[in-house]
Design a protein around this ligand. Structure first.
Ligand SMILES: Cc1cc2nc3c(=O)[nH]c(=O)nc-3n(C[C@H](O)[C@H](O)[C@H](O)COP(=O)(O)O)c2cc1C
Ligand code: SF4
Length: 546
C-alpha cells in the first residue's frame, strides 16, 4: 500500500489538506498526518513514500490523486529538504515538524525524542541549569531574557511547590511558530517542560494556549495524555486563554490561570520568586522550552556555536503579510533582514516594491528597505530602535500608509490595554486623537496611491475638520476627536501635533507598567522617523547608492 504524508496543521487544513487526505484514503493509500514543513505556498502538500525518500507534490487538490500516484503531476517538488527555502535553514527546534506523526510516541522516539530528558534526569538539577546557561538560550517570547538565569532563580528559590508555565498565548500579529510546534511536534514542548521541571524542582506545569488555537489545544491535550507515563512524576495540563492580547504578558497570564481577569502585576516580586499561586514559577515561551531538548541531547556547545554576538542558537522566523513565500524559516541569528524578506520571502506577494516591514508583532518597529542590512540580533535591533520579539516579520508594499499604521498601533493599544496604568490606558486614546488630527491635516502623501489608502480621504478629512458635525447632524468619530477638547485651545498644526505625539510616546515609553504601553511608541515613532512624508513632513534624503 502506498504511504503518503499530509499535514494536519491548521494552516494546511485551511488550505484544503483534509479533503486531499480523504481523497488519498479513498484511493486506497495509507495516509499519515504530520505537522507542516512551514512553506504555505506549496500547501496542501503531499509527500509520497518512495523507499527511504519522500517525493513532494504541492500545492495539490483532491482531483490530483491519480496524477500524483503515477508520478506525472506537474507540481512535483522532489525532496522537500532540497528546496532552497528548506536547504538554507538550520532546524534545531523544528527538526521533526512536517516529518513525524505528531501524536506517535514511536515516531518521536525514533527521531531523537526523549534523549534530552533522559540526559537531564541522569544529571543534577544544577548541571541542567548550567547547560541551559552555557547554550546562551534567551527567551523567545519577546524580551530575550537569558533562560538559564531565570531557571537558576527558580532553582534557588525556597519552597516545596514550584510551577512550570508555558506561554503559548502567541498574540503577535503575523506569528504562528508556537502553534506550528504544538500541532506538529507536541512531545518536543512536553519534553522541554519536563526538563525544566527537573532543573528547578517543579512537579506540575500549565500550558496556556490562546483560544483561537483549537487544534493546538486538542493536540497538546492528546499528547499530554499519551506521554503522561513518560514524563511522570511531572504532570501537565492545558489552559485555554480567553482572547486578550495582554494575557500573553507573563503576570497577566498568571492571573488568568488563577481564574481572575488578566491584569498586569507590578514587579517585584518576580514570577520566578512569587509567581503562580504565589509560588516560584518558571514562565517561558513555547520556543524557549522547545529549544531545550536539543540543547541537552546535542550539548550546549552545539547550540551556542550557531548565532551572532550575544544572540546564540537559532530563531524560527515567521514571514507573513504581503510576502510571496510566507512561512516558517528557522535559522541562526545573524542573517540580515533583507535576506529574510527578499531572498527567502521573495519580496511582496503583490509584486509591488517592499516599502516597510514590521518586526516583532504589533509593538515592533517598522523598518524601510534602506535598513535591510540589519542583522537579526537582539542588540542590533535594539540599537536600531526596534525589537525582535517573537520574530514575526510582516511585509508591506508601497501602497501602505504609515500614518494609518501609526494610528493603528495606538488604537490597538487602546483596545488591548488592561487599564492598570494611566500612560497606556489614557495615553493610547489621546494618541489615536493626535493621529486623527495629523491624518486630517496632512497633504496626501505622494508615496501613497489615494485609492489604496484605507480610511477617510484627505479632502473628506478637511471638509470634516472644518465642520464639527456631519450633514445628518450626527458627529462622527473624527469630529469628536477634533472638537471634544476645547478646539480653540488646541494647536492643530502638523508641527504641533507631531511634537505632541513624540511627547506622548515619551510618556508612554517611560511611564507604562508593562511593554504594551511601553513599546507602542516603537511602531509609532519608527513610522514617523522613517516615513515622515506620510505625516506631512518632507521625505528623508537617502544616501545615493554609489
Ligand atoms: C503585552 C504583552 C504580550 C505578550 N505576549 C506574549 C505571548 O503571546 N507569548 C509569549 O511567549 N510572551 C509574550 N509576552 C512576553 C512575556 O511577558 C514573557 O516575557 C515571556 O512569556 C517570557 O518567556 P521567555 O523568557 O521564554 O520569552 C508578552 C509581553 C507583553 C508585555
Ligand atoms: S502598560 Fe499599563 S495599562 Fe497597559 S497593559 Fe501594561 S499594565 Fe496594563
Amino acid at each position: 500500500m502506498t504511504r503518503v504524508f499530509i499535514s494536519r496543521d491548521m494552516a494546511s487544513v485551511a488550505l484544503g489538506a483534509d479533503e486531499v487526505a480523504r481523497a488519498f484514503a479513498d484511493a486506497g493509500c495509507e495516509v499519515v498526518r504530520t505537522g507542516s514543513h512551514g512553506l504555505f505556498v506549496i500547501e496542501p502538500l503531499v509527500e509520497v513514500e518512495a523507499g527511504d525518500r519522500r517525493i513532494a507534490y504541492g500545492p495539490v487538490t483532491p482531483a490530483d490523486v491519480a496524477a500524483i500516484l503515477d508520478g506525472t503531476h506537474p507540481n512535483c517538488l522532489g525532496e522537500i529538504a532540497a528546496l532552497p527555502f528548506f536547504a538554507r535553514q538550520q532546524r534545531f527546534t523544528f527538526a521533526r515538524c512536517g516529518i513525524v506523526d505528531p501524536l506517535s510516541l514511536a515516531d518521536y522516539a525514533a527521531h531523537g525524542g526523549w534523549i534530552g530528558l533522559d540526559i537531564a534526569r541522569a544529571a543534577e538539577p544544577q548541571a541542567v541549569v548550567d547547560a541551559v546557561k552555557a547554550s546562551g538560550l534567551r527567551g523567545r517570547g519577546g524580551a530575550g531574557f537569558p533562560t538559564g538565569i531565570k531557571w537558576q532563580t527558580v532553582l534557588d528559590a525556597p519552597g516545596a511547590t514550584k510551577y512550570i508555565v508555558c506561554n503559548a498565548d502567541e498574540g503577535d500579529s503575523g506569528t504562528f511558530a508556537d502553534r506550528m510546534l504544538m500541532e506538529g511536534d507536541p512531545f518536543c514542548l512536553i519534553e522541554g517542560m519536563a526538563i525544566a521541571a527537573h532543573a528547578v524542582g517543579a512537579s506540575h506545569g500549565y500550558i496556556y494556549i490562546r483560544s483561537e488555537y483549537p487544534f493546538a489545544i486538542q493536540t497538546m491535550r492528546d499528547a499530554i495524555a499519551l506521554s503522561a507515563g513518560r514524563i511522570a512524576p511531572f504532570t501537565l495540563e492545558v489552559r485555554a486563554g480567553a482572547g486578550a492580547y495582554v494575557c500573553g504578558e507573563e503576570t497577566a497570564l498568571l492571573d488568568s490561570i488563577e481564574g481572575r481577569r488578566g491584569q498586569v502585576r507590578a514587579k517585584p516580586p518576580l514570577p520566578a520568586l512569587s509567581g503562580l499561586f504565589g509560588k516560584p514559577t518558571v514562565i517561558n515561551n513555547v520556543l524557549s522550552l522547545a529549544a531545550v531538548p536539543f540543547i541537552l541531547a546535542e550539548g550546549a556547545e552545539a547550540y551556542a556555536n550557531v548565532g551572532f554576538g550575544r544572540s546564540r542558537g537559532t530563531m524560527p522566523v515567521q514571514l507573513a503579510g504581503n510576502v510571496k513565500h510566507g512561512g516558517l524559516f528557522e535559522v541562526g541569528f545573524g542573517i540580515t533582514l533583507g535576506e529574510l524578506v527578499n531572498d527567502i520571502g521573495g519580496g511582496t506577494a503583490s509584486g509591488r516594491p517592499v516599502r516597510a516591514v514590521q518586526v516583532g508583532g504589533p509593538l515592533g518597529a517598522y523598518f524601510p528597505p534602506s535598513m535591510f542590512d540589519l542583522p537579526f540580533d537582539y542588540e542590533a535591533f535594539t540599537a536600531a530602535g526596534g525589537l525582535i520579539g517573537h520574530a514575526g516579520i510582516t511585509v508591506f508594499d508601497d501602497s501602505v500608509d504609515m500614518a494609518h499604521m501609526a494610528r493603528f498601533a495606538m488604537e490597538f493599544c487602546a483596545a488591548e490595554s488592561c487599564g492598570k496604568c494611566t500612560p497606556c490606558r489614557i495615553g493610547s486614546t489621546r494618541g489615536v486623537e493626535i493621529m486623527d488630527r495629523i491624518i486630517a491635516g496632512r497633504p496626501v502623501p505622494s508615496s501613497v496611491r489615494p485609492e489604496l489608502v484605507e480610511g477617510p480621504s484627505f479632502s473628506a478629512d478637511v471638509e470634516r475638520k472644518n465642520s464639527p458635525s456631519t450633514s445628518s447632524g450626527q458627529t462622527g468619530f473624527l469630529d469628536q476627536a477634533l472638537y471634544s477638547r476645547a478646539p480653540d485651545r488646541i494647536d492643530v498644526s502638523l508641527g504641533a501635533q507631531t511634537a505632541l505625539l513624540r511627547d506622548l510616546c515619551d510618556t508612554m515609553k517611560y511611564g507604562s507598567l508593562c511593554a504594551l504601553g511601553g513599546f507602542t511608541p516603537y511602531p509609532v515613532l519608527s513610522a514617523l522617523d522613517h516615513f515622515p512624508e506620510d505625516f506631512g513632513a518632507p521625505a528623508p534624503v537617502l544616501a545615493a547608492a554609489e
